[in-house]
Design a protein around this ligand. Structure first.
Ligand code: C2E
Ligand code: MG
Ligand code: MG
Ligand code: MG
Length: 282
């Protein structure tokens, strides 16, 4: 919208558009409203399998459309939700809604589709996390293998013992876990080998510098080498160009995700794309 292009000095006239100035207290109240009024929805970004060029599944991303402010990024409201404890009902909703969507898609014949959800640090630290996840899967009568849990590398390292316990529990059920934003959190490779995760997602900050920044390209190479030698799969996020996609594919990435293939989509558009069996750009 117009106000965003006008810069910060105009905030007095366009304050509804300046998310930076969104008072935390006010945001907290608005979030509370949204929690109680179905104010959130999920969008779905496809992941493309390198060897088949087909969509393997989607990452579910939360969206909050504020009645007056419009789109508010999860990067700004998730931290406030975590601070206030509102992340609990929000996280429960995401989990339930993703499982409901998997059920609906399976009923439509999309029987191989997976949906990955992002779990926040606060949610992950909850004693009931394993029961919460398994409960949602059972409630919607979907296979455990249809749901993927994404936790960030930073979260995993906060309490490695707890992480290992939860991950073992998930693995036992057959729920895959992906380590998100990998490369930004300095986990020791010692821990990496002890976290029972299925794949790591290389952070987009590295992906975006492939072929541009020699050091980042080297880091990507080193990561791909270590990660695959540990028997882990690699998913790349934030792929925006053909060059990045080709490079990652040639260097052992299993799945690619990014604007080059598709932006996050409504559930209807996601299902439509999935049925076409062709991923744009490939
Ligand atoms: P993330 O899990 O690393 O998700 C990837 C983010 O990168 C998404 O932003 C996605 O829209 C964006 N992205 C994907 N491909 C590209 C690309 O090619 N280029 C660029 N520039 N960006 C791309 P989004 O949806 O704004 O989410 C941001 C973060 O908010 C997520 O990072 C995740 O940490 C958090 N988040 C999103 N949804 C949820 C949720 O349901 N629960 C929790 N706890 N956190 C969430
Ligand atoms: Mg993610
Ligand atoms: Mg990510
Ligand atoms: Mg990221």
């Amino acid at each position: 919208n117009k106000a965003k292009t006008k810069g910060k000095n105009n905030y007095i006239f366009f304050s509804q558009d300046i998310v930076d100035d969104y008072d935390r207290y006010e945001m907290k109240n608005d979030l509370y409203e949204a929690v109680n009024n179905d104010g959130f929805h999920l969008v779905y970004q496809p992941k493309c399998a390198c060897h088949t060029n087909k969509i393997t599944g989607f990452e579910a991303l939360i969206r909050w459309e504020h009645p007056a402010r419009g789109f508010v990024s999860p990067e700004s409201f998730i931290p406030v939700a975590e601070e206030t404890g509102l992340i609990h009902p929000i996280g429960d909703w995401v989990l339930d809604e993703a499982c409901r969507q998997i059920r609906e898609w399976r009923d439509m014949g999309m029987t191989d589709v997976t949906v990955a959800i992002n779990v926040s640090a606060v949610q992950f630290a909850k004693e009931s996390i394993l029961d919460d996840i398994c409960g949602a899967v059972r409630r919607h009568d979907i296979p455990f293998s249809a749901l993927i849990i994404e936790i960030t590398e930073g979260m995993a390292m906060q309490n490695p013992q707890w992480t290992i316990e939860v991950l073992k529990g998930l693995r036992k059920k057959g729920i895959l876990v992906h380590l998100d934003d990998f490369g930004t959190g300095f986990s020791s490779f010692n821990y990496l080998s002890r976290f029972p995760v299925d794949a790591i997602k290389i952070d987009r900050s590295f992906v975006q510098n492939i072929g541009i920044d020699q050091r980042d390209t080297s880091i990507v190479n080193a990561l791909l080498g270590i990660v695959s030698s540990l028997g882990l799969n690699v998913v790349a996020e934030g792929v925006e160009t053909k060059e990045q996609a080709d490079y990652l594919q040639e260097n052992g990435c299993l799945e690619l995700q990014g604007f080059y293939f598709s932006r996050p989509l409504s559930s209807n558009d996601a299902a439509h794309l999935y049925k076409q069996k062709i991923i744009p750009g490939r």
